[in-house]
Ligand binder design. Structure first.
Ligand SMILES: Nc1ncnc2c1ncn2[C@@H]1O[C@H](COP(=O)(O)OP(=O)(O)OP(=O)(O)O)[C@@H](O)[C@H]1O
Ligand SMILES: Cc1ncc(C[n+]2csc(CCOP(=O)(O)O)c2C)c(N)n1
Ligand SMILES: [Mg+2]
Length: 357
């Protein structure tokens, strides 16, 4: 039988990456991100030569000016059809989104995939992007080349072009990068604000334990997002970056709560693995860890769930979809309640920047 939530509620706060790094310092192998070797430091090259290197490493995904790198602005094609333009930005910081145990290629892929995942969440097709890089003079050139190779691979896979960006200097030992990614949608973009009371709540894939692997190796759900945005039953959508505990609140209309069916939470293998290592449950990891980069969406009240799920299975046989609950009238017990016991879930938040733990 399923264990009921503990009555002495505790708010789970995911670990910050610096605490994770501090804990795992002894197992992190230095991967040469910052270098003492003057021949392998970005300071060896001036800004212009560095930009030329980046352009060369990006290869075919970096078109020339005026439609790409090299002028004050990049020129974008005019949008003359009924398609809508969308635009997003997300960053990646050393010590916050990856640590010294990550391979440079994976870090570059993560930066691009985080942005592509946002385009997926609106049902869009990704297009031209801007890349901003800020790093210390001791950043290894070899590391940067591999980071850019990770970006290039994602761009090739999803049809993204890097049409410009910026480079700026930080103190030694620091690295942050951000991408601004544009996209186009064929159907009206799927929004966060359009769910209604009575809608059911779905999630793709499995959740939890991302820190073990998935935060560096996830698949943006582009095809799935496009299919859902075009599906008449899909009422709202977003991607899951900070965990259900934080992100689900963004889908809930005023005056509503989410009744969650804990038995249907799709637990990842790594959620179970994390639970084996600490005192928390796999459900807690699935609800609060974040960085799942799955789609969270709602389906209109009155939709026959068997028919919707069958359509999904036919279209996406390799990716599971799970109905994890329903939007209900605001419940006195809290925003997230257990659908069976009507008690508040013990976890009411996910990953939150700037909040002290
Ligand atoms: N500095 C900012 N200036 C303007 N708008 C911002 C800023 N930071 C966030 N926003 C906007 O606030 C909304 C929520 O941002 P948030 O970063 O939480 O979403 P997200 O990018 O989907 O999630 P995550 O960053 O966790 O992947 C978005 O519409 C975003 O554009
Ligand atoms: C157990 C556990 N603790 C921490 C993390 C890390 N993490 C989770 S959400 C997030 C923010 C993502 O986007 P943004 O910075 O854009 O809000 C980060 C860096 C994890 N994956 N697992
Ligand atoms: Mg963001």
């Amino acid at each position: 039988m399923r264990s009921r939530p503990r009555s002495n509620r505790q708010t789970f706060m995911p670990m910050s990456m610096d605490r994770i790094i501090a804990r795992s310092a002894c197992v992190c192998h230095f991967n040469g991100m910052f270098s003492q070797n003057p021949d392998d430091c970005v300071r060896k090259l001036g800004e212009n030569e560095l930009i030329e290197r980046i352009r060369a490493w990006l290869g075919p995904v970096a078109p020339p000016a005026p439609y790409g790198m090299g002028d004050d602005c990049a020129v974008l094609p005019a949008v003359t059809t009924s398609r809508q333009q969308i635009i997003t930005t997300d960053s990646l910081t050393f010590g916050q989104h990856f640590d010294a145990s990550a391979h440079a290629h994976d870090a570059g892929a993560k930066l691009m995939n985080r942005n592509i995942s946002d385009i997926a969440a609106m049902g869009g097709t990704p297009g031209p992007a801007l890349l901003n890089l800020l790093f210390g003079p001791d950043l290894s050139l070899l590391w940067l080349e591999q980071f850019i190779a990770g970006i290039r691979q994602c761009c090739e896979k999803f049809g993204v072009t890097v049409v410009g960006g910026d480079i700026s200097q930080l103190p030694p030992g620091q690295f942050t990068a951000s991408v601004t990614l544009t996209g186009l949608t064929d159907s009206p973009p799927a929004l966060r604000s359009t769910a209604e009371i009575g809608d059911t709540i779905y999630v793709t894939g499995t959740l939890g334990g991302s820190i073990l692997h998935k935060h560096l190796h996830f698949e943006p759900r582009i095809k799935e997002g496009q299919w859902l945005a075009a599906h008449e039953a899909c009422t709202a959508m977003m991607d899951l970056t900070d965990g259900l505990g934080k992100d689900l609140a963004a889908l809930l209309p005023e005056g509503s709560s989410a009744a969650i069916n804990l038995q249907n939470l799709p637990l990842s293998h790594d959620a179970r693995e994390c639970a084996r290592k600490d005192s928390h449950s796999p459900q807690m990891h699935a609800f609060c860890d974040g960085e799942d980069y799955e789609l969270l969406f709602t389906v209109a009240r009155g939709t026959q769930s068997e028919i919707f799920e069958k359509q999904w299975q036919t279209r996406f046989p390799e990716l599971k979809v799970s109905c994890i609950g329903r939007i209900v009238n605001a419940h006195p017990a809290g925003r997230y309640i257990d659908i069976e016991s009507s008690e508040a879930l013990p976890w009411q938040s996910g990953f939150e920047h700037f909040k002290q733990t």
